[in-house]
Design a protein. Structure first.
Length: 416
């Protein structure tokens, strides 16, 4: 059975369960509802850190030996930047054209304020006092692992005679953890039942309020349009080599898309994404270890776009003045900057970015993101879905621009 079928089946079962689960009527039910989704997310993230470290080490070492590493990194940055520009422009433009009617009422809830991205803390985590301490962390911030793998790969190039045993060990670990990730992807359909049930349960709570339907509709239109129309169309139009049907790429990306939407966590989705880009889209191991990871850490276009759209909706709901073009461009520029800074926030990047945009806003809007707290899960789900599709299709585009990065086209019947 295909991985996407297992994930889709789990999602359907979970949504049905979530629609019939009672609201929190006793402490035991409340504890179970809080505990199970967190456990499910931990299971999904479990294999991501070791897979990243060893796969990236081997990829960097071999690309440096071939003299292609910096070329691939530069090309990846350009594709990520182009993807982010398209996603932000389309999302903000759609928000201006399809602004939901009616204001979002102010809901007073007790909630801790969310801190914007902390650059100083991120820098300290990149270079801790002990290099090995990055391997003992929780693995939520993957960029320190990337730095560790980079320097390890450089060290492996120092003396081939002495580094050959370690190089063989890293290559073995890379392949072993990839197969472990494949195993987890196969059983993830069971895990998605819990996440989909929790998602549907939260959605029922929102429906009882009945005040966010306009924004939900707007984000749903933008998310589906970007993920399944705009990005595949761009891939088809601008791909340098022979064109192939974009529906094949979409079909090959269904597994990561389902995992991304119901988990709302890019680290949870990453092992599934790496499996599908390699086995379905045919991306070479070296590119597959670098391009998706760059998207997951510094290419969070979907999270930045959802934050920008939500911020525009807040401004238009509570300001009697029309938002001028200059303000729109400021929001666009800040969102572009934020898309590079969300690596530490694998599961709440959209909310953190929205909090940062509100913090930079005039007085009266600095805690505006709290108004959207009840639908925070939906903002995160849409953002992660776009992030995932951008990473999947973007990695495919990056691989196709090189001389021999991509293996032969995979047949649909051989998709995982």
């Amino acid at each position: 059975m295909k991985v996407w079928v297992k994930l889709f089946s789990g999602a359907v079962i979970g949504v049905v369960l979530g629609m019939v689960l009672p609201f929190r009527e006793n402490s035991l039910l409340a504890h179970v509802i809080d505990f199970l989704p967190q456990l499910a997310l931990r299971i999904g993230r479990y294999v991501a850190p070791p897979l990243v470290v060893f796969s990236l080490t081997i990829a960097i070492h071999r690309l440096r030996q071939e003299g292609r590493f910096w070329g691939l990194v530069g090309k990846s940055f350009l594709v990520i930047l182009a993807t982010t520009v398209v996603v932000l422009t389309f999302g903000i433009g759609a928000a201006r054209l399809l602004f939901p009617s009616g204001r979002i009422p102010i809901i007073v809830e007790n909630a801790a304020e969310i801190a914007p991205p902390a650059l100083e803390q991120s820098a300290f985590e990149l270079f801790p006092s002990n290099m090995f301490s990055v391997l003992a962390g929780d693995g939520l911030f993957l960029f320190p692992l990337c730095v560790f793998a980079f320097f390890l790969a450089i060290g492996l190039s120092y003396d081939k005679m002495y580094s050959k045993p370690l190089l063989s060990l890293c290559d073995s670990f890379s392949r072993i953890f990839f197969h472990i990730a494949a195993f987890f992807s196969e059983i993830l359909g069971i895990v998605v039942i819990v996440l989909a049930a929790y998602y549907a349960w939260q959605y029922r709570l929102v429906l009882t309020k009945g005040i966010f339907s306009g924004l939900i509709r707007l984000l749903l239109i933008i998310t589906l349009s970007l993920s399944f129309v705009v990005l595949p169309l761009l891939l088809y139009l601008f791909r340098p080599k022979k064109k192939s049907a974009p529906w094949k790429k979409l079909y090959g990306s269904l597994g990561p898309a389902i995992a991304a939407f119901f988990s709302g966590d890019i680290n949870f989705t990453l092992p599934v994404l790496l499996l599908h880009t390699k086995e379905n889209l045919g991306v070479n191991r070296r590119v597959n270890a670098i391009a998706p990871l760059l998207y997951a850490t510094i290419g969070r276009a979907g999270s930045a776009m959802v934050a920008a759209v939500s911020f525009i909706v807040i401004l238009q709901s509570y300001s009697s003045l029309e938002i001028e073009f200059e303000q729109i461009m400021q929001i666009w520029g800040r969102a572009l900057l934020l898309s590079l800074m969300l690596g530490r926030n694998s599961g709440d990047g959209a909310i953190v970015a929205l909090a940062a945009l509100c913090l930079w806003a005039p007085e009266g809007f600095k805690t505006g993101y709290l108004i959207l707290k009840p639908i925070g899960f939906f903002l995160i789900a849409c953002a992660t879905l776009i992030d995932c599709m951008a990473a999947t299709l973007g990695s495919y585009a990056i691989a196709h621009t090189g001389p021999d990065y991509l293996s032969d086209e995979k047949k649909v019947k051989n998709f995982v």
